[in-house]
Design a protein around this ligand. Structure first.
Ligand SMILES: [Zn+2]
Length: 289
């Protein structure tokens, strides 16, 4: 195994742009201390691609220091994945620099998300097929509309978030297609069961539920879609009352909302294929988003 220290400084690097302490001045002078970028590691086996431990804002500069290695094609990359040890901006901002990769980069972040969510008011960063309800899909649009019309420039951060949320159902449909493909099956004609079609767990509210565009996308690709939801007596596609029977019979089960009625690990074991879009399973039978 090879470990390469890409950076070892705290946020802002060293010298920090607005600091005139002894260490920073020494780093500027280059005599007693060397300039350092923000902390990050690169790790690899004797062969194969690198994995990063955290992605610092200095990532671009840091990657240039890795020894050259053969990559596939013009857009191939030597980085196969990133392990996040926390959710700090100093350790995550570099992910933005990796967004143009030809193949999706794997981000190992479950433990970091769990840590971040221990904050009493934070329960975000959970995977899902998009957002629903009357706030998040709609209200930020008023904000960005006002920024555009009153200040005259786009509110890019909000618009980008809305765009990503809006494209999630299509992404999940594509992943569903790939899961069946991997077993030599087509999505066209496959029985797909959606579990939980409300916009959040343990309620009956379906306003702006991203399950609706997901069901539409799957149906448009030829899937035979049905649903199970203890809180929703009628919906756009046929309902199944028999949870375990329906899960066992479907070619693919997609867990959309983790209602408390669902023992996701148990259902994943019963299903032919189980796609957990909420990161609540812990058994190897489940495919996670
Ligand atoms: Zn300093």
């Amino acid at each position: 195994m090879r470990v390469r220290v890409l950076g070892s400084a705290a946020g802002g690097g060293s010298p920090q742009w607005n600091c005139h302490c002894e260490t920073c001045e020494a780093a500027r002078g280059g005599s007693r201390a060397r300039p350092r970028t923000q902390s990050s590691l690169a790790i690899r086996g004797d062969q194969g691609p690198w994995f990063l431990v955290n992605a610092s804002p200095d990532l671009r500069q840091q990657l240039e220091t890795l020894p050259p290695q053969p990559v596939d094609g013009v857009r191939g990359a030597p980085i196969a994945g990133v392990l996040l040890t926390d959710a700090e901006i100093d350790h995550t901002a570099g992910l933005l620099l990796l967004r143009e990769s030809a193949t999706p980069i794997r981000v190992f972040c479950d433990a970091a998300i769990e840590l971040a969510n221990r904050h009493p008011r934070v329960s975000l960063l959970r995977p899902g097929i998009g957002v629903g309800g009357h706030c998040i899909p709609i209200d930020p649009n008023y904000l960005s509309h006002n920024v555009r019309s009153k200040l005259g420039y786009p509110f890019r951060f909000v618009e980008l978030a809305q765009e990503i949320n809006a494209t999630m159902p299509a992404y999940v449909a594509r992943r569903a297609q790939n899961l069946l493909n991997a077993d030599g099956l087509a999505l066209h004609g496959a029985a797909v069961l959606l579990l939980g079609v409300t916009y959040k767990a343990n309620i009956a509210d379906q306003r702006e539920s991203p399950a609706t565009p997901l069901a539409e996308q799957l149906a448009a690709l030829g899937a035979v879609v049905s649903y199970h939801d203890p809180y929703v007596p009628r919906w756009d596609v046929p309902r199944t009352d028999d949870l375990e029977g329906g899960v066992a019979a479907a070619d693919l089960v997609i867990l959309v909302q983790p209602h408390r009625d669902y023992d996701a690990d148990r259902l994943a074991r019963i299903a032919k294929r189980f796609f957990d879009t909420r990161g609540v399973t812990s058994v190897p039978e489940a495919h996670r988003l």
